[in-house]
Ligand binder design. Structure first.
Ligand SMILES: Nc1ncnc2c1ncn2[C@@H]1O[C@H](COP(=O)(O)OP(=O)(O)OP(=O)(O)O)[C@@H](O)[C@H]1O
Ligand SMILES: [Mg+2]
Length: 143
């Protein structure tokens, strides 16, 4: 587990941008944190690494937004309105795991069915309005 303090939005995006340099197809990121904590900003940082930041929109009315270029296919989910894990399975959610880089806002909802290997990033508010604590955990084996 690793904790990173970000004192503003730029630092959060920069961390996400750096993380993207080691991400590849098949990787899964779970983003957990309250409304307005910065999950979508984090995704923006990742997309910037691939030059896709101009296309970003929050998947408010759809569960998933897709971004494609020659480098990678990115699937950005927002599971906030998802009723339960079965709904995710019914829309064929699991088929996305291998298709590209999958990023799940409110991803803790589907943690039980994720492959063994994923990265979880929890965003907590800090003392100032613009500070956030990122807690990074990697899950490799499920017991
Ligand atoms: N250090 C920070 N990192 C990220 N965002 C920050 C930070 N400080 C302030 N903010 C602000 O917090 C807000 C985060 O919004 P964002 O849409 O990313 O949240 P979210 O977690 O995706 O919310 P939701 O659950 O509604 O999707 C933005 O307005 C952003 O400018
Ligand atoms: Mg969001």
């Amino acid at each position: 587990m690793q904790e990173i303090m970000c004192r503003d939005e730029m630092q959060t995006k920069k961390f996400a941008n750096n993380l993207a340099t080691i991400l590849k197809r098949g990787d899964i990121i779970v983003l957990s944190g309250d409304l307005g904590s910065g999950k979508t900003k984090f995704v923006e940082g990742i997309l910037t690494h691939y030059g896709m930041q101009n296309q970003i929109s929050s998947p408010t009315f759809t569960i998933v937004n897709e971004y494609h270029n020659d480098l990678i296919d990115v699937y950005h989910f927002d599971l906030y309105r998802l009723g339960d894990i079965y709904e995710f399975e019914n829309i064929g959610g699991e088929e996305y795991f291998e298709k590209g880089l999958c990023i799940f806002e409110w991803g803790e909802l589907i943690e039980d069915i994720l492959p063994n290997d994923y990265i979880k990033i929890t965003i907590d508010r800090g003392e100032d309005e613009n500070s956030r604590k990122l807690t990074i955990e990697t899950y490799r084996i499920k017991i």
